[in-house]
Design a protein. Structure first.
Length: 925
């Protein structure tokens, strides 16, 4: 480093040292009687070349290598300026590839790699309760207090205790007038919300030390203190900075004011910073202490103090010098002490401590989208590299004489390889500099669009897509690797030049020309194959998602509207008794509307989420003893329904009957099952009159608030056709229908059958709801809209759209590569074309010759692309909704489209071969 940073001083010191040695030798000669001038001459001769000695010294210090790097950098920049067309084309192609890769990595980094914006994220840990079949469970509030007060390895413990929706008449939320364009463009129909006369806001519950543990600082006022989380203290809340800024215009006077949440008075004590999420994945509107949960949530003070009722997730900071295994070992001992001291605590529970440095791993259902996206962007970068490599091959041919002159003058091939690689790396770095802002701008627009589709009461997203040092480092790294990847092969090919032929500028080097031609063809094969893989798989995913919209789920979706009253919570004054009364009033009001043919009620609407499962088996099976281990019986989905549910939705009863009115009004233990359930438990038998044991072996309600069905023996009175009410990509394996009277929960779903298109009656239904209760919050959506929120549909749709976008870019780059390859081939073969035409070849024959030779690598690439696509399509078959992974339309259609577009891209420059003048061509060389 000293030789680089203090170059002038080092040169002066070296000159002085060399002069010293020469003069010292001359002094010795002078003392022996040699004249002074002669002594200096002999000393210089004896010492040898001074400049050669300096170069040897510089080489020993590494200065020559650095000098050569700077020389090559300057020369590379001059060459790029000298060829602006080549530079612009190469930079554009690589900028697309690098920019798309940076975009994908930025999203992945924001979700799975970026540290949380908290104090000491490397020491932040999550503490989870474990049990058989559950690795990330929640602790009860008393257990949290016990661990917090007894741990020695963690500096502090805080709890996040879930969220709820609260209502307030004191805050006015500006309604978003814009239509969520991204959701609509992707094919998602959003349900309509009738919010009622009060605003609904998302509120999360945290312990009083939560913000202190995470090192948060208020934007206004103060954040929670431990004493705020004590029972009997005045209720307080904290506003999010996003809501304060967007809805309240950063009014500082809001701090200290009183707000009514679910008709309870709370004091706003502070505001969090903008985009502050703590340990959450999105920004809520309100934060409240856990002590306020009985006032706002669905729990009670008794359930909060019950050790068997899960309350929330616990977070802590490792003390200095404490490793994760140390904390795990200590908390395991504390768990054993807790079970010994409190016999009522479930004995099968354990403790798990994991790092919470980032927001965690990607959900299992989302990995197909992640894998498809990463694979697609990698293929796009491969296409871009092959494209630029073909350009460099063409450019190397024009520099044959230059390289031959350099070699003849003594330049080493290694030094020339360094120069050529630096030129390609410069191109990649410039492309990276263009691609980074391109990636940020694209992501910023997407985040803004997605945020516009999120209702204000739900909160705000806080996806951090601003480039930081890691994103910058990733872009630089991928640019450097890309520069070497696409530059190495053309550079090695360029250095294989024969010096004598190059100095003669001979164009008749058939062997080298054929070698370069094969290499260019190979690059075209790579581009076409990669592009075809992208386009075929995107076509499969898009056709699969379109098939999902047309698939028959086994019930009517086009003429049924789903009305959900789940937002009408007890804290808003909607008790179960009131909701049941409202349900009856709504059913009466809606049934009188024109265009309505039937109304029914259920605990959940099919294909609308909220799936619930319960263990089920025949009553003669031997269940495990209560509390004696994991229940190994299969689980079945279930719904509580009215007798007219099946007829209204068009679900055929294949055996037996529906529920009677009496069964719908009493607690009679009866059940209707699906055909798959009948085949599972009574294959080849008539299940009518058989008995099913439904529910947990621990009884009807092992924890307070749990409302899963329970029956030692329910009689099967009917069997209905299998449907797809849980997931759209497969028929329900096991499903039960119970009479609505047996539910111990609020029945909050109405299903309305219309004579016409369901979506056209949404305004009419909204007016009917307002006539019954102006303040009732209701979500309305036709059932066919809910199809677009099936998780497998979302995966297929988003994966297909992302692959299509990347595939379109790949197609553009591949066509650009074909255009350049054919154009250069025509220029290179001008002399040959002239000879052919002089010997009588027709212009159409010459055109056919050029097109045939350019079509050969395209066809090879097509065959390889089809083979690779066939292998990949089998991996994504689970999200194709029954579409054949070898779908002929996708494979043949995309292949023909790609070949046609690529041939057109080759035909444009091939026309120049028809215009070659034989006389001019014969003098070409």
């Amino acid at each position: 480093m000293r030789a680089v940073t203090r170059r002038s001083r080092m040169e002066r010191e070296m000159d002085a040292e060399l002069r010293f040695h020469i003069e010292a030798f001359a002094e010795d000669l002078a003392r022996s009687g040699v004249p002074r001038a002669e002594a200096l001459r002999r000393a210089r001769i004896e010492f040898g070349g001074v400049e050669r000695t300096k170069e040897e010294c510089r080489d020993a210090r590494g200065i020559s290598f650095i000098d050569s790097l700077f020389q090559d950098l300057r020369f590379g920049l001059r060459m790029l300026r000298k060829n602006p067309g080549f530079t612009a084309t190469a930079v554009l192609a690589l900028a697309l590839g690098i920019g798309v890769n940076t975009t994908a990595f930025t999203v992945f980094d924001a979700v799975a790699l970026r540290p949380r914006a908290v104090k000491d994220p490397d020491r932040l840990v999550g503490v989870y309760r474990t049990a058989k079949g559950e690795d990330y469970g929640a602790f009860s509030y008393p257990d949290y207090i016990y661990y917090r007060d007894h741990t020695k390895t963690l500096s502090d413990l805080a709890m996040w205790s879930g969220e709820t929706n609260v209502t307030t008449p004191d805050l006015s939320v500006a309604n978003k007038e814009n239509v969520p364009r991204v959701a609509g463009a992707l094919g998602f129909q959003l349900p309509q919300l009738l919010q009622g006369g009060v605003e609904r806001l998302t509120c999360v519950f945290v312990s009083g030390n939560y913000f202190q543990l995470l090192g948060a600082h208020p934007a206004a006022g103060r954040l929670f203190l431990p004493e705020d989380d004590q029972s009997g203290e005045p209720p307080v809340v904290v506003l999010s900075g996003n809501f304060w800024q967007s809805q309240l215009h950063s009014n500082p006077g809001i701090v200290g004011s009183v707000i009514h949440l679910d008709r309870m008075a709370f004091t706003i004590v502070g505001v969090t910073p903008v985009d502050y999420v703590g340990t959450l994945s999105r920004v809520p509107v309100l934060w409240a202490p856990i002590a306020a949960r009985p006032l706002l949530g669905d729990g009670t003070r008794e359930s909060l103090e019950n050790r068997n009722v899960p309350a929330g997730i616990v977070y802590g900071h490792l003390k200095a010098g404490i490793a994760l295994p140390d904390a795990q070992a200590e908390l395991k001992v504390l768990a054993e002490q807790l079970r010994a001291g409190y016999p009522d605590v479930e004995r099968n529970g354990g403790v798990r401590v994991i790092s919470e440095r980032t927001f965690g791993s990607i959900d299992l259902e989302a990995w197909p989208v992640v894998a498809a996206t990463m694979g697609a962007v990698a293929l796009l970068l491969l296409i871009a590299c092959a494209n630029v490599a073909s350009l460099l091959l063409a450019r190397a041919a024009t520099r044959r004489r230059e390289i031959g002159v350099r070699l003849s003058l003594g330049a080493g091939r290694r030094r020339l390889l360094q120069q050529l690689l630096i030129e390609s790396t410069l191109i990649a770095l410039v492309a990276g500099a263009v691609g980074l802002p391109l990636a940020y701008g694209t992501l910023h627009l997407l985040v803004v669009e997605i945020a516009s589709a999120i209702p204000s009461y739900w909160g705000a997203i806080a996806l951090q897509v601003t480039p930081d040092i890691r994103i910058f480092g990733y872009t630089v790294l991928i640019s450097l690797l890309t520069g070497v990847a696409f530059g190495l092969t053309p550079a090695l090919q360029a250095l294989r030049v024969d010096v004598n032929s190059a100095l003669k500028d001979s164009g008749s080097m058939l062997g080298q020309r054929l070698s370069k031609s094969r290499l260019r063809d190979l690059l075209i094969v790579v581009q076409v194959a990669a592009c075809l893989v992208l386009l075929i798989n995107s076509a499969l995913l898009l056709r699969g998602s379109q098939r999902a919209l047309r698939i028959d789920p086994g019930f009517d979706t086009k003429h049924v509207v789903h009305l959900s009253l789940e937002m009408a919570e007890p804290s808003m004054g909607y008790s179960q008794a009131r909701l049941l009364k409202l349900n009856r009033q709504l059913m009466d009001e809606i049934s009188r509307l024109p265009g309505i043919t039937a109304v029914t009620q259920a605990s959940r609407a099919p294909i609308s989420g909220g799936n619930r499962f319960v263990p089920v088996g025949t009553d003669d099976a031997e269940p495990p003893a209560s509390g004696g281990g994991k229940d190994k019986r299969p689980t079945a989905g279930y719904s509580y329904v009215l007798p007219n549910y099946f007829g209204m939705l068009g679900i055929p009863i294949v055996s037996g009957r529906s529920f009677t009115v009496q069964e719908a009004e009493t607690e009679g233990p009866v059940v209707i099952i699906s055909e798959a359930t009948a085949r599972r438990f009574w294959p080849g038998q008539n299940p009518i009159g058989k008995s099913l044991a439904i529910g947990s072996v621990n009884g009807p309600a092992p924890y307070p608030g749990v409302t899963a069905p329970f029956s030692r023996g329910s009689e099967v009175v009917g069997v209905v056709r299998d449907v797809r009410s849980l997931f759209l990509n497969r028929v329900d394996e096991l499903y039960l229908y119970l009479p609505l009277s047996q539910t111990r929960e609020s029945t909050s779903t109405l299903l309305v059958h219309t004579s016409g298109r369901a979506s056209s009656l949404l305004p009419t239904l909204g007016s009917a709801v307002r006539r019954v209760d102006p303040n009732l919050p209701v979500v309305l959506a036709p059932l066919d809209w809910m199809v677009s929120f099936d998780p497998y549909f979302v995966i297929s749709r988003i994966g297909g759209i992302l692959s299509s976008i990347v595939g379109a870019l790949g197609l553009f780059l591949a066509c650009l590569g074909v255009y350049g390859m054919v154009g250069y081939s025509v220029v290179e073969r001008t002399h040959e074309i002239g000879i052919r035409m002089a010997l009588g070849a027709q212009r159409q024959q010459v055109l056919g010759l050029v097109l045939r030779e350019s079509a050969r690598p395209m066809l090879f690439g097509t065959v390889i692309g089809i083979a690779v696509s066939a292998a990949i399509s089998r991996l994504i078959s689970t999200i194709l909704f029954g579409l054949n992974p070898a779908d002929a339309i996708s494979f043949a259609g995309v292949s023909l489209l790609l070949i046609a577009v690529a041939m057109f891209a080759g035909w444009l420059p091939a026309r120049r071969a028809m215009r070659v003048d034989p006389m001019v061509a014969l003098r070409y060389e």
